[in-house]
Structures are given as C-alpha cells and as structure tokens.
Design a protein around this ligand. Structure first.
Ligand code: NAP
Ligand code: ZN
Ligand code: ZN
Length: 349
C-alpha cells in the first residue's frame, strides 16, 4: 500500500483538513496516477455536507482529476509511464448491463463506482477522490488528455465539461439554435463555451447581475438578469433548449415558460426537490429532462472536441489549504469559474 497525503472531511458538518489515505499498488489491469490538478465541483460540497444522504466519511472528494501515469500493471496496454491522463466521476462499473455495453457507464444498472463517496466493486472499500496526491484506477476508466489544453484548465472538463457536452449533444442542439444556460458557475460557463462551439446562440440567465460582461466574454450573445421577475414574461417562448445548472432550489415552472413549442429543458443541477406544474409542459408540448455526466467514450470525444475548438475552463488555481474558503465562495456564487487545486504542491510538501 502507498501512504498518500490527502484532504478529507471527517464528518458532514466538519471542514476539510489534512489527512492520509492508502492507495493500492496497481493490479494487472490498473494504473497508478500521480495527480497534478483536481477541479472543485459543487457536487463535492453537496456530498461533503451529506446533502444527498448516505455519504461515507471520512470523505476525500474530487472527481476532476488530471495527472501522469506513474506505474502500470503487467497487462496494461493502453497507457505508458508519463502519459497525461484524466479521471472523472466514476472509476468502475459492471461492464455487463445494457447501459455499460452501450458505453453509458454512468447509467450502469448495477451502479457505477463513484470516484469518491462510493465503494469498490468486490471489496466494498470506500473510494477516495482527487484531493489526494495519487489514485489507482482500472485502465478502462482513464481518459487521454489531448495536447493543447493547459492541464489546470483541462481538469474541469472531466465533470463540468462532460456534464454539459453530453445533454447538448444527446438532446440535439443544432447550429443556430437559441440555447439558454441557467446559472453561470463551473458547469454553466462550460455550457456557454461548448454551446457556442456547437454553433448555438447562447443566452446566460443568472441571478448575479455582475456576471454580464463575463458571460459575453465567454461566448454568450445575450445575458438576462433573473432577479427582475418581468424578464420571464418578456422572454416567454424564446429558447429551443434550456440547460439548468443551478445548485440551489428555484422555480422550474418559471424557466419552462421561456421555452418555445417543442423545446427541451434539461436539468443537470441537483438542488433540493421543488414543485413542478404539469401545465408548464402541456401548453406548448415541452420536454423536461435530466442528464448525468457522460460515458467514457463520450468523455474522450468531449476532450477531443474541446482541444479542436480551443475550449477550456476558466480557472482560479488554489492551494489545497484554501479549500474551505473556496467552498464558501462557491456557495456565494463567487467563482470565476472553477477552482482547481494545485495537487503537485501538496505532493511536494
Ligand atoms: P457552481 O460552480 O457553484 O455554480 C452554480 C451556479 O448556480 C452559481 O454560480 C449561480 O449562478 C447559480 N446559483 C447558485 N445559487 C443560486 C440561487 N440561490 N438561485 C439562483 N441561482 C443560483 O456549481 P457547479 O459545480 O456548476 O454545479 C452546479 C450543480 O450541478 C450542482 O448542484 C452540482 O451538484 C450539479 N452537478 C450535476 C452533474 C450531473 O451529472 N448532472 C454533474 C456535476 C455537477 P449565477 O450566479 O449565474 O446565478
Ligand atoms: Zn462534478
Ligand atoms: Zn453496468
């Protein structure tokens, strides 16, 4: 076993602090990755605070991992020492169910193995994520990081990137479509960049009026400040697609009113439950959908798409000692637009 420095939450109400975990030597089909950067997703906060229930403590969060292959198991063909790779939200799945066979491991009928706050298949040992200096992963659940994307700006693609890319593709966003992105945080800013790269006309809907300039600089052509309730009647029926990335409870019915006939609103943010009125969908034959990250193959496709279109996250690199402050800032919607932890400097300590 490899003694590995990490940052962990000991309990749901506890701040994160320095800790140590054990990583295993890679098995025949596994690789050991030295982690360089790890993005900070709002899901890390939801889970470290046990807002979704059944959280496993101590918890080492982090599922936007970029690193270099440090050791490979005897049967590993795909990877060699020094390769720059990524790990996203899951590290295993059953490989046998209909979803896994379709390459959509995130919908595994037997449950994907989350990168952290999950349990290993077989041993049931708790999994630990990227707020640590290394990780051992099955070779099939590792992504190749294409050249041309600065590594700290690539890390958020492993969750925020794929979570926005997948639904835009799956629900058929087309060139020239009017796309609304609700919430300009980590996911939201990636949705703006990816949506624009797919050729959509992107409008940001935000409860932070001060983000207007940023939204336009990120590639949006319009910005709507949602604090003024009049905007919901002003922009009624305007959008072909809405991607809702908001992390706190809000009124879905109001946003559904902004869809045109046959439009689709996709939820990716996971706040507490809130009420839905059937009439909000019935009137103009609208669709309300949800989407969960993306499969391994599609994540690779997204990374290659981002490299080809020069899309990367806008990041603020932080020291891991500042992680609790970063969480507080995210809860105040004060992130521009993803915190990324410099893990190499934790390893150097
Ligand atoms: P984030 O960076 O904190 O951004 C969330 C944004 O939501 C904020 O920047 C803010 O944007 C908006 N917001 C926050 N509180 C609000 C409020 N009270 N009213 C209205 N808007 C509010 O979070 P993230 O990392 O992008 O994650 C967003 C959500 O997606 C989280 O719930 C996360 O768990 C979930 N998630 C889902 C998946 C999936 O597979 N479906 C994957 C990753 C994350 P404005 O300031 O612009 O309003
Ligand atoms: Zn995430
Ligand atoms: Zn499966």
């Amino acid at each position: 076993m490899l003694d590995t420095p990490a940052y962990a939450a000991e309990a749901a109400k506890a701040p994160l602090g320095p800790s140590s975990i054990q990583r295993r030597e890679p098995g025949p089909r596994e690789v050991l990755i030295d982690i360089l950067y790890c993005g900070v997703c709002h899901s890390d906060i939801h889970q470290a605070r046990d807002e979704w229930g059944d959280a496993i403590f101590p918890m080492v969060p982090g599922h936007e991992i970029i690193g270099r292959i440090a050791r490979v198991g005897g049967e590993v063909q795909r990877w060699k020492l020094g390769d720059t790779v990524g790990v996203g939200c899951f590290v295993d799945s059953c490989r046998d169910c209909e979803a896994c066979k379709a390459g959509e491991q995130q919908y595994c009928a037997n449950g994907m193995t989350l990168t952290y706050n999950g349990r290993e298949r077989g041993s049931q040992a708790p999994t630990h994520g990227g707020y640590s200096t290394r990780i051992t992963v099955d070779q099939d659940y590792v992504l190749r990081v294409p050249e041309g994307i600065p590594l700290e700006r690539a890390a958020p693609l492993l969750c925020a990137g794929i979570t926005t890319y997948s639904p835009l593709k799956h629900f058929g966003l087309k060139q020239g479509d009017a796309l609304a992105v609700v919430g300009l945080g980590g996911l939201g800013h990636m949705a703006v960049k990816i949506g624009a790269a797919m050729g959509a006309r992107v409008t940001v809907l935000s409860h932070s009026p001060g983000k207007r300039e940023d939204a336009l600089a990120l590639g949006a052509s319009d910005f709507i400040a949602t604090r003024d309730p009049a905007v919901f009647s002003e922009h009624k029926g305007r959008f072909d697609m809405i991607l809702d990335t908001v992390s706190a409870a809000h009124d879905y019915n109001a946003y559904l009113g902004l869809l045109r006939r046959d439009g689709t609103m996709v939820l990716v943010g996971v706040p507490e439950p809130s009420d839905l009125a059937a009439i909000a969908l019935i009137g103009q034959r609208k669709r309300l959908a949800g989407s969960l990250i993306g499969g391994i193959q599609e994540t690779q496709e997204m990374l290659d798409f981002c490299a080809a279109h020069q899309v990367a996250a806008d990041v603020e690199v932080i020291d891991i000692a500042d992680i609790n402050t970063a969480y507080e800032r995210m809860l105040r919607s004060d992130v521009r637009y993803r915190f990324v932890i410099d893990i190499a400097s934790l390893a150097a300590r």
